[in-house]
Design a protein around this ligand. Structure first.
Ligand code: ADP
Length: 241
């Protein structure tokens, strides 16, 4: 991925929005944002915002898709037509199909699908605003939406993007940085164990840079994981009092 504009993205060690190289954008998390869903969440990283509604476990239709020995997880990633300034054409495209799949694979390891044969968990990831790193923002929201739905889970999944611009390693790429990056990686991992459930990379990196970026991703996923736990615990704060 070559550099596409001449604008400097790092000036005096700081990024365009004033962030340090390893710093995440301002993060906001909420659960229970879609009343009629079994569970839901909103996660915002700067100007990237995902709303997720989760349903189930519920009986899977059509019956021919049912698995007799386990349930399935179905995910749909969608970028709203108004999520980018130049209107995105609505409906599923190749990219959204791929992202739906990788989001499903990133979340599956923490679920007990064997506990609900013939059923489905449905996760709808809607990107309301897209300014880079939408897949990882969607995964962070999906993870807490499932927990909010009361789905039993081994752990939460935390995710973030990392990459390289102007020869510097950075975390949480915004859209402009993503467009002009020498490389970018999307990483999702189990909150406690840190096992990786999603790892995608574009561009060119040395092995050493990959290791440094994975460490940066792990540290930032740790921070995201703490926020995810906090927002989930807050729902029960009033119950405990
Ligand atoms: P991610 O959003 O997970 O980083 P990509 O690398 O595919 O995934 O996309 C990077 C960014 O490019 C998105 O976050 C969004 O800001 C922008 N983008 C992606 N698809 C489109 C599109 N169809 N129209 C306009 N902008 C898009």
């Amino acid at each position: 991925m070559g550099k596409k504009s001449d604008e400097k993205l790092i000036v005096k060690g700081k990024r365009l929005d004033g962030r340090e190289l390893e710093e995440l954008r301002p993060i906001e998390m909420k659960v229970g944002v879609v009343n009629r869903a079994d569970g839901s969440a909103m996660v915002r990283f700067g100007d990237t915002q995902a709303v997720v509604a989760a349903y189930g476990p519920r009986e899977l239709f059509s019956k021919r898709l049912q698995k007799v020995d386990k349930g399935i997880l179905q995910c749909r990633y969608n970028m709203a037509p108004f999520s980018v300034t130049d209107r995105k054409s609505p409906g599923p495209d190749r990219r959204s199909k791929e992202l739906s799949k990788v989001i499903r694979l990133a979340l599956t390891p923490v679920l007990f699908l064997e506990n609900f044969p013939k059923a489905t968990l449905d996760v709808y990831v809607e990107i309301i605003q897209a300014d880079g790193s939408t897949r990882v923002t969607g995964i962070n929201a999906a993870s807490i939406a499932l927990a909010n739905a009361g789905v039993e889970m081994k752990d939460l999944i935390a995710a973030c993007s990392v990459g390289k611009i102007e020869d510097k390693l950075i975390a949480d790429l915004c859209g402009k940085e993503d467009n002009n990056s020498e490389a970018d990686m999307a990483v999702a991992m189990l909150g406690r164990k840190k096992s990786i459930t999603l790892l995608q990379m574009d561009g060119t990196l040395t092995k050493d840079e990959i290791m440094q970026l994975l460490k940066m991703a792990e540290e930032n996923c740790g921070k995201i994981y703490e926020m995810q736990k906090k927002v989930l615990k807050e729902i029960y704060r009033d119950v405990e009092e």
